[in-house]
Design a binder for this molecule. Structure first.
Ligand SMILES: Cc1cc2nc3c(=O)[nH]c(=O)nc-3n(C[C@H](O)[C@H](O)[C@H](O)COP(=O)(O)OP(=O)(O)OC[C@H]3O[C@@H](n4cnc5c(N)ncnc54)[C@H](O)[C@@H]3O)c2cc1C
Length: 364
């Protein structure tokens, strides 16, 4: 059985690794001139780690991600709303996106990876299965589901970057009026961070000015970052199906969500493993993945409503009060609501991974 995976982001590569693990022949077609990821962080939650573990990649992810550090949620003046001892490695592994992407890329042999290979339609693809992992602006989704809505502006803009450091910091999410900040330390002293702010689309805003009064080290992290990436945040209204004929939508192409639970890429990793578990039964893939991802999609919106979207000082003070009143164990259970996912029953993986060592030739 042969699959063509369209898109070489985290979702597409994970799909290729997972399908190969159960015996599929795969080909990954990426439109960019090289495989890569933006300079920003990603939080690998326990659910995503289970998916990566099934792919045989847990050790590498643990090695490259945040070591054991404390963490929690803070108010914009720095007060802890929830503070927990073991967050790094236990509840989240923060990684540079390029590192996670690299782990997946090295699990695939170079001969299945194609760059400069934009796919504009599925008819000519010689495969039993086509995985549309071409991101939030998926051209395959638009072709196969012309009546489905496209991405919608979610009312906020986000900045992301990697501060060179060295810093020694806890993992934190900070909630302030109309804004949110995340600090994801890596093991080597660098720190991935993101800022998000309620704003009209394409508004002319300066993050240094907007977050300059937030607690340390947020202003320093932003000021010391050489390259800052900005994205207006969009999400994809829920689709009625993720499959059409022999095509399965996966990752952001199927269910792009607002980033307030940090689960978007984690869902793509779950999708990938589940697709392999379904062994080509796309109706089953749809039946399993749609309810799960759409629940997380809704949960992410709710997290936004009680997080970044609260702007009045009274509402923010009330929210902070509730956070501080909740015992840590209860807060953890709430945060873990979506990360208790388990890998579905699966055909036994065949063969071992053909690893390409770091620095190996994969850009061809
Ligand atoms: C501000 C922000 C913070 C986030 N933080 C987190 C986080 O902490 N944790 C988390 O889990 N998620 C997070 N996410 C979500 C996460 O980034 C996405 O869900 C994830 O990257 C989606 O991966 P993907 O592979 O589906 O799509 P993409 O990463 O968009 O990859 C799609 C790929 O397809 C290629 N492509 C597109 N069209 C074609 C074509 N026609 N032919 C061939 N190739 C094509 C593209 O070049 C690209 O390489 C965040 C998102 C935002 C906006």
């Amino acid at each position: 059985m042969k699959a063509i995976v369209v898109g070489g982001g985290i979702g597409g590569l994970a799909a290729a690794v997972s399908l190969r693990r159960v015996g599929w022949e795969v080909e990954v077609r990426e439109r960019a001139a090289a495989f890569g990821e933006i300079g920003a962080g990603v939080g690998v939650m326990p659910n995503a780690l289970r998916a990566l573990s099934w792919m045989g990649l847990e050790d590498e992810v643990r090695r490259l991600g945040t070591p054991r550090v404390s963490g929690g949620v803070r108010a914009s003046d720095g007060r802890w709303l929830v503070h927990l001892p073991d967050v790094g490695q236990e509840k989240i592994i923060a990684m540079h996106r390029a590192d996670l992407h690299g782990v997946l890329l090295r699990a695939l042999p170079p001969e299945v990876l194609f760059t400069d290979s934009e796919v504009t339609g599925v008819e000519d693809l010689d495969a039993d299965l086509v995985v549309a992992a071409d991101g939030i602006n998926s051209c395959l989704r638009a072709q196969l589901f012309p009546d489905a809505p496209g991405p919608v502006y979610a009312g906020a803009t986000a900045w992301r970057g990697v501060a060179p450091g060295p810093f020694e910091l806890p993992i934190t999410q900070t909630l302030g009026p109309g804004g949110e900040a995340g600090v994801l330390p890596l093991g080597d002293g660098r720190v991935c961070w993101y800022l998000a702010r309620v704003a009209p689309a394409a508004a002319d805003l300066d993050p240094v000015e907007l977050f300059g009064g937030w607690h340390d080290p947020i202003p320093d992290l932003v000021a010391s970052t050489p390259a800052v990436v900005r994205h207006d945040v969009h999400h994809l209204p829920p689709l009625r199906t993720f499959v059409s004929g022999r095509v399965a939508l996966l990752g952001d192409a199927a269910h792009a969500m607002v980033p307030y639970l940090g689960q978007g890429a984690c869902m793509a990793l779950e999708d990938a493993v589940t697709l392999a578990a379904c062994g080509g039964d796309l109706a089953r893939y749809d039946a399993v993945r749609r309810p799960r991802t759409q629940a997380v999609w809704r949960g992410s919106r709710t997290a936004g409503r009680f997080g970044i979207e609260l702007r009045s000082p009274v509402a923010v003070a009330l929210r902070d009060l509730v956070f501080r009143a909740v015992p840590a164990a209860v807060a953890v259970r709430g945060m873990a609501r979506f990360s208790s996912w388990e890998v579905p029953a699966m055909p036994t993986p065949v063969g071992s991974l053909d690893r390409v060592e770091p620095g190996g030739d994969v850009d061809h």
